[in-house]
Design a protein around this ligand. Structure first.
Ligand SMILES: *[C@@H]1O[C@H](CO)[C@@H](O)[C@H](O)[C@H]1NC(C)=O
Ligand SMILES: *[C@@H]1O[C@H](CO)[C@@H](O)[C@H](O)[C@H]1NC(C)=O
Ligand SMILES: *[C@@H]1O[C@H](CO)[C@@H](O)[C@H](O)[C@H]1NC(C)=O
Ligand SMILES: *[C@@H]1O[C@H](CO)[C@@H](O)[C@H](O)[C@H]1NC(C)=O
Length: 955
């Protein structure tokens, strides 16, 4: 702190202190709904307990707000949802728009003020939300004309417009050093659905080397209209079909200084999702008070508003009419996103340029597809990667690892992947295996493979420099000159895991081609020692247990101590990492820090593929826009706490909107002791993460699913068997992502965007459009309040139809049960489960046909060898579409490029929602069936070749 103050001018210091104190206040606030919501106008309450005798307990059980002011406001509900769609009148003033940030307070701050005394001061009176730190009595921001102005004529380019801007400074005084007096603003109409806005100051500045793929279809009929106001300059993006202003930068000042860039804009609704990576505790942002979300890749466990491992400057908005758009800002500098009542966003970054992409949707699926088309879609995971995975940091030796594997096997719990953490290394050195504690591991890995279990191991991005000439990672690295350098050209030294955190280490510069090659060579050679199937790249923020350089700290300069430091922590930019003024092949670390894991990802995948000859899997802790092309992600060092079940759903939904669908948290929690009740519910929920891995921190009691005794083992087994049964559906969803960009693990609104009741739902989620999962997230609960959107739903286990629609239902959820429902209109391919996917892949397939109101359903199945590289691009796959209408179920084979499909069978059909059946024919031949009183019909023992086309008629 003292060091920082020395570089501030007096004015700046005030700004920082305000930000800091706000931060600390927010840090202690309760972010759940509270009775402060009582201050909201009655019009925005929606009754959550329409039946009589509402009580606080019953209300909270439904996840709603309890605020009994029925005496003050008779007739208005005490138990309610906040309806965020409706913006009450009076929040904006009829005198024009008054953005919060540029309101100059007319009061001393604390004095009570009313409209009359405000007007007496010749100030504007414009009430805002209470307690939002926004002055109600202020001088109009419009009086401040110190913004940028358009100079000259805007130039129409082939695909857009270029506008020159300039700004004059009073007596030449700039608020921020290097504040630009002229800017070049470019809007590029890349396609009907994609708009790019780029603002530079004309000087060479850092730009993220992210390859944006071209959009398709031309821009003859754009979904948007680009508008601007010349003085002070601001721009708007308007949805043409509705006139909705999606983005209006008039909400605040545009700042463009060397190390401070800021823009504030209005949003068309409060239904905003994304911005990360942070531990968000509500999926939908809460605009009732100001929140700050910082980004700067950090090796630190989630503490709500602190920065985490990745930088994902991307958000999605559901507009008031249900149209959806997404915005991504391609900037890797340390940055801060403020959520401000209005609703508005204030964006601050301390380097680079403004490079913004607007994806116009208009459906949720379109918005994800359009974004992932630009930055690249995720690899298909290997089929085995969809199985259950087990890991622990702190297996002391091979015996302990084997004991966990054996327990899992003895309990009959499906298990596809075993992990080794840094324990397996010799002295925590990359590319080694400990002789004394894990000497038998290479042979054990072969034993596991024989049983159908794969092995993934860990690599950290630090290389010990004191191992002598036999440690090839270092000697080869020296030869190939692969390290991040200090400004003087010598390698940066840090200290992380190697030799029990004592060895000095160098940091590979993955942005450098020779380093990528070095890494690839080592990975391929490592395969000879340990036959891994995938790699897990950890600590790649990059972490450093010294802050800055081990010997010297960080030099006192503007990169290491910038004039404005986003509020991700109380320390400086180098905290637990290397100095911002260090140099890599692309730029200074100040610009590329948050890209470190991103640069490491591609060479790791290249290495894994060459080493294994297969599709492989790379799991990375740090991510950036487009990381999904090469890696998947886990949510980091979470906590063994009940709250983390809820946060994990939010995190996985966010990454699905960010085009990285194969994601999950550490099941049962990483930090702290787990316990049987927590782990039981978490294993049940965990069976429905796209990436399903139980992982534990060192020194904690074991938490593998079989260690807690028969009850937890049994419910883990049951939940995972449901997962394994549904894997063909999950795998097909990944194919749909890889080819069309769709999210796999979805919020309810993704499928029901016209139903605003789905917007706040974040304790339930869906797989694709077909499966609704409603886990228990609270200690001791044996029921779960479930929202059912406007569709038919059937209980997965009983086949019973739910009659509730667009409403909540409290469902029984005994300890051993996770509620799963099938949604009308879907045909879900299944396969009988087994101990692992290698075995399950030989079992018969099934189809679960879930009819909608019209009595129809459709679906598809993608299947291949599960491990070949790019099979979906090379035609080496099987793809079939299923459809049911008017009692007739048919299949249409679209691609028959996986020969083994002919050796597999389709064994069962489960039909839900048809009604009484009297006869069934399969390809014209009458076939027997069973039917339950609830109408569920089963055909079993079919022997159709899995790649055959068929017609099955129910009547
Ligand atoms: C009050 O504000 C108006 C509009 O800005 C201005 O014209 C007028 O002179 C002001 N009056 C006083 C007393 O300051
Ligand atoms: C640029 O294009 C816009 C919209 O087509 C048009 O209104 C404007 O006159 C053009 N400006 C110039 C300088 O050609
Ligand atoms: C493995 O580690 C455990 C726990 O430290 C210890 O009790 C056990 O003796 C070790 N086994 C072997 C074979 O080293
Ligand atoms: C159909 O099969 C499912 C799954 O095997 C089973 O749970 C259900 O009871 C069966 N229904 C009938 C009518 O046999």
């Amino acid at each position: 702190m003292a060091m920082r103050q020395t570089v501030f001018t007096g004015t700046l210091l005030v700004v920082i202190l305000v930000a800091t104190s706000l931060n600390s206040v927010l840090g202690q606030a309760d972010f759940g709904y509270g009775c402060r919501e009582a201050d909201l106008p009655n019009e925005i309450r929606r009754d959550c307990h329409p039946e009589p005798n509402a009580s606080e307990g019953a209300c909270r059980e439904r996840g709603c707000v309890w605020c009994d002011k029925t005496e003050t406001w008779p007739g208005f509900p005490a138990c309610f949802f906040r309806d965020a769609i409706y913006e009450p009148p009076g929040l904006t003033c009829d005198t024009g728009y008054h953005p919060a940030l540029d309101r100059v307070d007319c009061t001393t701050g604390d004095e009570p003020i009313d409209e009359m005394s405000c007007r007496y001061r010749n100030c504007t009176w414009c009430p805002s939300l209470p307690n939002a730190n926004i002055p109600w009595c202020f001088q109009s921001a419009a009086l401040d004309n110190t913004g940028y102005q358009v100079v000259g004529q805007p130039v129409n380019t082939t695909n857009g417009i270029v506008i020159n801007l300039s700004k004059t400074f009073n007596n030449g005084r700039r608020f921020w050093e290097g504040e630009a007096s002229s800017l070049i603003f470019e809007a590029e109409f890349q396609s009907d659905y994609r708009l790019r806005v780029k603002i530079t100051d004309g000087s060479p500045r850092f730009e993220v080397p992210l390859e944006i793929q071209p959009a398709s279809g031309g821009n003859a009929n754009p979904l948007y209209e680009f508008q601007f106001t010349p003085s002070p300059f601001s721009f708007r993006v308007v949805r043409r079909s509705t006139g909705t202003v999606l983005f209006n930068s008039a909400a605040g000042k545009l700042s463009f200084a060397d190390q401070f860039l800021s823009m504030t804009w209005n949003l068309p609704s409060e239904n905003v999702y994304g911005i990360g990576e942070n531990e968000q505790r509500k999926f939908k942002h809460d605009f009732s008070e100001r929140m700050e979300w910082p980004m700067w890749a950090a090796d630190q466990p989630p503490y709500h508003t602190t920065a985490l491992y990745g930088t994902q400057p991307h958000y999605t908005v559901i507009e008031r009419d249900g149209n959806v758009h997404a915005v991504a800002i391609v900037n890797s500098n340390s940055q801060e996103w403020h959520i401000i009542p209005g609703p508005m966003i204030k964006y601050i970054t301390i380097g680079g340029i403004f490079d913004m992409y607007f994806f116009l949707g208009p459906t949720p699926d379109d918005s994800v597809a359009q974004y992932t088309e630009a930055v690249g879609r995720s690899q298909m995971p290997p089929y085995w990667g969809l199985g259950f995975q087990l890991c622990k940091y702190g297996y002391d030796n091979l015996t302990e690892m084997q004991a966990a594997v054996d327990r899992t096997e003895a309990a009959g719990i499906p298990h596809d992947v075993q992990y080794g953490d840094i324990d397996i290394m010799h002295m925590e050195l990359d590319f080694t295996v400990s002789e004394d504690r894990f000497g038998g591991l290479p042979a054990y890995v072969q034993e596991l493979k024989a049983k159908g279990i794969k092995f993934v191991t860990i690599l950290d991005p630090f290389i010990s420099i004191i191992e002598g000439p036999d440690y090839r990672p270092f000697t080869l690295g020296e030869q190939m000159d692969v390290w991040v350098k200090k400004a003087d050209g010598t390698p940066v030294t840090g200290r992380v895991w190697p030799r029990d955190q004592t060895a000095p280490v160098f940091f590979p510069d993955y942005s450098k081609p020779s380093c990528q090659e070095w890494w690839r060579i080592l990975i391929v050679e490592f395969q000879q020692l340990l036959a891994f199937d995938g790699l897990w790249i950890d600590m790649n923020e990059p972490a450093n247990f010294d802050s800055g350089d081990s010997n010297e700290g960080c030099a006192a300069n503007r990169w290491n101590y910038p004039p404005f430091k986003p509020g991700f922590s109380t320390q400086n930019l180098a905290e637990k990492t290397i100095c911002p003024d260090h140099v890599d092949n692309v730029s200074i670390h100040y610009n590329t820090h948050s890209l470190y894991g991103w640069f490491e990802s591609k060479p790791t995948l290249v290495g894994v593929r060459e080493a294994t000859g297969k599709r492989g899997l790379v799991l990375s802790r740090s991510t950036f826009l487009g990381s999904g092309k090469w890696t998947t992600h886990w949510l980091g060092d979470n906590w063994s706490r009940w709250s983390n079940l809820h946060y994990s759903i939010i995190g996985v939904m966010q990454f699905n909107l960010w085009g990285i669908p194969y994601v999950g948290p550490d099941i049962c929690g990483f930090i702290g002791y787990s316990n049987a009740d927590l782990c039981q519910r978490w294993m049940e929920l965990g069976a429905f993460y796209p990436f399903s891995r139980n992982h534990n921190g060192k020194g904690n009691i074991d938490q593998d699913p079989a260690v807690w005794g028969p009850a937890v083992a049994a419910s883990s087994k049951t939940a995972l068997e449901v997962r394994y049964t549904l894997l063909p559906y999950l795998y097909t969803l990944f194919y749909k992502h890889a080819t069309g960009g769709s999210a796999v693990f979805r919020p309810l609104w993704y499928n029901y965007v016209s139903d605003s009741m789905t917007y706040p739902v974040d304790e339930q989620f869906m797989w694709g459009s077909g499966i609704l999962i409603s886990p228990v997230l609270r200690e001791g609960a044996t029921s779960v309040v479930t929202y059912f959107p406007d569709n038919r739903h059937f209980d997965y286990y009983t086949g019973n139809e739910i009659t509730t629609r667009m409403g909540t239902l409290t469902l029984a959820a005994p300890k051993e049960v996770i509620n799963v429902h099938l949604a009308g209109g879907n045909i879900i391919p299944t396969q009988e489960h087994a101990r692992n996917t290698e075995a399950a892949r030989n079992n018969p397939f099934g189809l679960t046909v879930v009819l909608n109101d019209a009595g129809s359903a459709s679906g598809s199945l993608f299947y291949d060898d599960g491990e070949g590289i790019d099979t979906h691009l090379n035609g080496q796959y099987f793809y079939v579409e299923y459809s049911m209408m008017s009692g007739s179920l048919t299949s249409t084979v679209v691609m028959d490029g996986y020969p083994d499909m002919a050796t597999k069978t389709l064994g069962t059909i489960r039909l839900l929602g048809f009604g009484p059946v009297t006869s069934v024919t399969v390809n014209g031949v009458t076939t027997s069936f069973t039917q339950k009183p609830n109408g569920e019909v089963n055909l079993t023992g079919l022997t159709l070749a899995a790649n055959s086309e068929f017609t099955i008629v129910f009547s």
